[in-house]
Design a protein around this ligand. Structure first.
Ligand SMILES: C[S@@+](CC[C@H](N)C(=O)[O-])C[C@H]1O[C@@H](n2cnc3c(N)ncnc32)[C@H](O)[C@@H]1O
Length: 270
């Protein structure tokens, strides 16, 4: 609703942390030009599996069994998705394959192939730390209409989300030599400074920056809003909606929480 109201069906929709790539896929399907970015190998493989005809060019598999799946992003994404589904987000890739895993991978290969056959295509896809990505867009003189930012927010108690450490760092050398060295997942100590810096950098290449947050994260909306205002980042609009929680944990997530979306005007005009 927000994106369509701002773009009226035309323009470039980009993300800094595209994760599942579900939003990007939806906007690409609607006819927008989409740019995805995520530091995670898993996310990057999914972006290419569902929205591109690209094939990997680098190969250096951690275990022998992975070779069979390494020459396509559909294969790579299917390995990651299967391991996560069967063994959880923090599981390492097993050194050997078993029949349960093999069956699951085949199911995912069919699933991603079906999506790829819809021929929905992204404009560009990056696999960078978000600050490098924003720098690259600037260097490549790519301006976007919307930059959607849904960071790897820490939990409510301020601790970092460990699963992103797995997908960003542990998974980075599964199919290739590690491209990304030691990504720091944000916690209470650095999240606000990084968010302010990221929004400022994003404004330089965007017409609108859309910042997403939840009441179940740290910083809570009130803390975040004060930080934004203190740094001269005034938002034009603040949308909120009540959401059912994805899952229960012991880190202060309520069964319902509120999603927030701040619309901040970028520096690009016209
Ligand atoms: C909350 S999720 C985004 C979810 C996404 N909005 C979706 O719809 O699936 C945060 C994402 O940030 C990524 N991430 C963590 N640190 C990053 C960094 N420094 N640069 C880019 N992406 C990062 C994680 O891999 C994760 O996919």
């Amino acid at each position: 609703m927000i994106v369509d109201d701002l773009l009226h069906g035309n323009g470039i929709y980009a993300e800094t942390n595209s994760g599942s790539n579900g939003n990007a896929f939806m906007y690409a399907k609607k006819g927008y030009q989409v740019i995805t970015n995520d530091v995670s190998e898993y996310s990057y493989s999914v972006a290419n599996a569902i929205m591109s005809d690209n094939v990997p060019t680098e190969f250096n598999c951690k275990y022998e069994w992975l070779n069979k799946y390494s020459d396509s992003y559909i294969g790579r994404a299917s390995v990651f998705a299967s391991v996560v589904e069967l063994y959880g987000y923090n599981a390492e890739i097993p050194s050997e394959i078993n029949s349960e895993l093999e069956e699951k991978i085949n199911i995912y290969i069919s699933y991603f192939t079906k999506i790829n056959n819809e021929k929905v295509r992204s404009f560009k896809s990056y696999n960078e730390d978000l600050f490098n990505y924003l720098k690259k867009l600037k260097e490549e003189k790519i301006n976007v209409d919307i930059m959607f930012m849904d960071f790897a927010w820490p939990w409510r108690d301020g601790s970092k989300t460990e699963e992103y450490n797995t997908t960003a760092n542990i998974y980075s050398n599964v199919f290739e030599k590690s491209k990304i060295a030691n990504i720091e997942i944000w916690d209470k100590e650095n999240v606000i400074d990084n968010v302010i810096k990221a929004v400022k950098e994003a404004k330089k290449v965007s017409k609108y920056v859309l910042l997403s947050n939840q009441s179940s994260n740290y910083p809570t909306p009130e803390v975040l809003e004060v930080a934004l205002l203190k740094n001269g980042l005034n938002y034009d609009i603040r949308h909120t909606m009540l959401t059912d929680a994805e899952y229960e944990d012991n880190l202060g997530k309520e069964s319902f929480f509120r999603e927030y979306l701040y619309v901040i005007r970028g520096d690009i005009n016209g």
